[in-house]
Design a protein around this ligand. Structure first.
Ligand SMILES: [Zn+2]
Length: 281
């Protein structure tokens, strides 16, 4: 039986490994294959059903027949987000099949931020969706070999039909540069995702605080034009004060783009020169 064949033991828990395993089973070798989500879900023994839904964005139903992934038809959900939601549910099917017959996932459950250490099932499904839709097999080399830029990230976002935010967050997983992606909402830093090189620097964007006054992000929130290129800004405009990690006069590079529909700004921060060598506090 097909469903037996696709069963994956819960003990194999890293969502990225499981996503890779499923991609291998599906023999996904070119980007275009990933666009055929109906076929993918069918090949994994389930069906996609589009319907109006209250209080949920997507749902997984495991009944006597084939498992059904329902996804909301709401106009507020753009096609990229809908893809992410479907694969989030596929992640539940692949990883959490034994945990119940029905799972309803809300807007808050389905998040593009692949939060690091949590073992929560929703986080795992999000990590699965990110690793499946933006797979290492396609992006690892281009992300590692090219300089950080939104041109590169948008190119892959369009190719894979994933949101700019999801693709940018995934970029941090593979770039070899000390880069962080920062998501700000209504003028405040909401979260950030660092690359591993960035993590080693010991600097932290100031989460829950307003974006710095002299940043491109601030200009975008003030509805000013900002050219889509790297700008030098003071490190102190972005990072929580830490005299051990950087100096007052240190600069970093910032590239921000506005997402006015969400009242949000997405920023790339690139520490292109060593920090903390001037000791000028
Ligand atoms: Zn979920």
């Amino acid at each position: 039986m097909a469903l037996q064949r696709i069963w994956i033991n819960n003990t194999m828990s890293r969502p990225e490994d499981i996503a890779n395993h499923v991609l291998n089973r599906l023999n996904i070798r070119i980007e275009e294959d990933l666009l055929l989500l109906d076929e993918i879900v069918n090949a994994r023994g389930a069906l996609i059903h589009e319907c109006s839904m209250e209080g949920a964005e997507a749902r997984l139903l495991i009944g006597p027949g084939k498992p059904i992934i329902s996804v909301s038809t709401s106009n507020y959900i753009n096609p990229y987000r809908r893809r992410f939601s479907i694969v989030h549910e596929l992640g539940h099917l692949e990883m959490h099949r034994g945990n119940g017959l029905m799972r309803s996932c809300t807007k808050l459950d389905i998040q593009e931020l692949p939060a690091g250490n949590s073992v929560d099932a929703e986080q795992e499904a999000n990590q699965f969706a990110s690793a499946f839709l933006i797979p290492a097999r396609f992006v690892e080399r281009p992300f590692a070999e090219n300089a950080p830029s939104f041109d590169l990230i948008s190119e892959w976002s369009e190719k894979l039909q994933t949101s700019l935010t999801a693709t940018a967050l995934r970029f941090t997983r593979f770039t070899l540069e000390p880069v962080a992606v920062v998501y700000s909402f209504q003028g405040k830093i909401q979260y950030f995702q660092p690359s591993s090189e960035f993590t080693e620097l010991g600097v932290f964007p100031d989460v829950n605080h307003p974006v710095g006054l002299n940043t491109g992000a601030r200009m975008l929130f003030n509805r000013k034009e900002v050219s889509r290129q790297w700008h030098e800004v003071r490190a102190a405009e972005w990072f929580r004060e830490n005299r051990d990690a950087f100096d007052r006069g240190d600069t970093i590079r910032e590239l921000s783009i506005g997402m006015p529909n969400y009242d949000a700004v997405l920023s790339l921060l690139w520490v292109h020169e060593p920090l903390g060598q001037k000791d000028d506090w």
